[in-house]
Design a protein around this ligand. Structure first.
Ligand code: NAI
Ligand code: PYR
Ligand code: MG
Length: 474
């Protein structure tokens, strides 16, 4: 596979004195230092100085600093400031709450607010299910995290988790029209998290749990699923598993190997790894080996992590022991939901012909894509800057859109399988290629296809509280 990657984009504000310091000089210094100039803007011109903003793509923050030093050392150039375009888009947060109608006069005021709002309140008091018709509950999801497993960054806490949760909320709205609100809780106590989510649930039609570390996440989700009558969905488990299965359905088709014939190695048996494994089992894969920091999960061991005791009973049919070095021999598929640097080229060389590698750790995959690409048949990562992005963003907007439309009280296995099949079948057989096994998140038909399939699966499996006519999106 061939790869192209976008780097970090920095804006350098430069003061260039008008004594022979030309833009050509800047361009040549940047080019010699390996930077790639993407845009140039003139900010101000005075008799003895020009202020310009130069946007430069660099390979790392260190590379960006080196370029700043090189420019600043040059007589006639002064680097006033360097700003990271990514930080600029986060300034002041990424969301706002906007009203759906304007209050233009007293009459409007008395309808949206007191006194007339009281009649609406009473109607809901008489029949609480009317909250779905008469409040934001109908179309609003809480994105709830405690900041304990944020991407692959680990336990960075609720404040640092906010940019990711705001991002998820943006994606809900942009891709599915679902309103979502980021809620980062300042507690790690699973029971407190459960109680808090239950207490805020009246405002929401669904709960998307995000980046809560395992095995706590299993308990929290299970209790909330039992105790709430709205869908509770731990995205890192099920969203990831749905998209992984969609990608694998297509990758397996491409290499001509039926799912039940595959040997699959899953590394990182946390939230995502457990859910991916359960989804693979459901899809008919039987030869699955799970690898943790302690090695391959096998029946000879007893684990403190109760989920791993479940895992050992349902995977590893030949009871293989050892490490990834042992597990990977003859594997058809590698699924990484662990961290960077786990997989090497030597590992890939030990895999069966036409290796499929899904290195899904974020922000840095289990192997550098440039290293893996020459040695694999199909490569996917969780990132937006390479082909084949296997990321739960392809799932959670559509799955909640469908569940909310059907007013489903849960998201069950049938709905998840329907979502995976809807994503996979967005790519027709003649379109399948090594670098196109999964549709782009910008493919506008995918979300609606997923939503329709999920609503229909909810209806068929008896968890819908409302009929949804399917949309024709072909
Ligand atoms: N592409 C996607 O859509 C998604 C990717 N992920 C990524 O997957 C990774 C795990 O996420 P979660 O399951 O939510 O976290 P988690 O904290 O629930 O589980 C991670 C597990 O991986 C294990 N691990 C870490 N390094 C390992 C190694 N070298 N070998 C074996 N096991 C190792 C940890 O001990 C832990 O059990 C993160 O990097 C996350 O960004 C998670 C969800 C979605
Ligand atoms: C994509 C995502 O949810 C994660 O990496 O945690
Ligand atoms: Mg996540």
């Amino acid at each position: 596979m061939e790869l192209q990657r976008t780097g970090i984009s920095l804006i350098y504000r430069l003061e260039l004195t008008n004594q022979g310091t030309t833009f050509a000089k800047v361009a040549s210094l940047v080019g010699d230092a390996g930077g790639d100039i993407a845009a140039v803007d003139v900010i101000r011109v005075t008799p003895d100085m020009v202020v310009r903003d130069i946007t430069i793509n660099v390979s790392s923050r260190e590379h960006g600093r080196q370029i700043a030093d090189i420019l600043d050392r040059e007589p006639g150039i002064h680097v006033v400031a360097v700003s990271d375009r990514t930080f600029l888009v986060h300034l002041g947060g990424k969301l706002e709450v906007a009203p759906k109608l304007q209050v233009k006069n007293r009459e409007d005021l008395s309808r949206v607010y007191t006194p007339h709002v009281a009649r609406v309140c009473e109607a809901i008091h008489e029949d609480p299910s009317k909250a779905f018709q008469l409040t934001i509950k109908r179309n609003t999801v809480a994105v709830v995290s405690d900041g304990t497993a944020v991407l692959g960054l680990g336990d960075i806490g609720p404040y640092a988790a906010m940019p990711v949760m705001e991002g998820k909320a943006m994606l809900f709205k942009q891709f599915a029209g679902v309103d979502a609100f980021p809620i980062c809780l300042d507690t790690k106590d699973p029971d407190q998290i459960v109680e808090t989510v239950k207490q805020i649930a009246p405002a929401f039609g669904g709960i998307n749990l995000e980046d809560i570390s395992s095995p706590r996440c299993f308990y929290i989700e299970e209790r909330l699923r039992e105790e709430l009558d709205i869908p509770v969905f731990h995205d890192d488990q099920h969203g990831t598993a749905v998209v992984m299965l969609a990608g694998l359905l297509n990758a397996a088709k491409l290499v001509g190997k039926p799912l039940p014939s595959l040997k699959v190695v899953v590394v990182g048996i946390g939230a995502a790894g457990v859910a991916c494994t359960k989804m693979l089992l459901k899809a008919g894969v039987t030869n699955i080996l799970g690898v943790t920091l302690e090695g391959i999960i096998h029946r000879g061991a007893t684990y403190e992590n109760e989920m791993w005791n479940w895992y050992k009973e349902h995977t590893n049919p030949d009871n293989v022991t050892g490490t990834l070095d042992d597990a990977i021999v003859g594997a058809d598929v590698f699924i990484g939901v662990s961290g960077p640097g786990v997989l090497t080229v030597d590992h890939i060389r030990k895999m069966a012909p036409d290796p499929i590698v899904f290195a899904m750790a974020n922000p840095n995959p289990e192997i550098e894509p440039e290293l893996a690409a020459p040695h694999v048949r199909v490569l996917a990562t969780g990132r937006s800057d390479y082909p084949n992005q296997i990321n739960n963003v392809l799932c959670f907007p559509g799955i909640f859109k469908g569940a909310l439309a059907a007013r489903a009280y849960t998201i069950n296995e049938d709905m998840k399988l329907a979502a995976a099949e809807a994503i996979a079948s967005s790519i027709r057989d003649h379109e399948l290629r090594e670098d196109y096994i999964i549709p782009s998140v910008f493919n506008q038909s995918v979300v609606q296809r997923v939503a329709d399939a999920v609503a229909e699966a909810a209806r068929k499996s008896g968890v819908a509280r409302r009929e949804v006519p399917p949309t024709n999106n072909f």
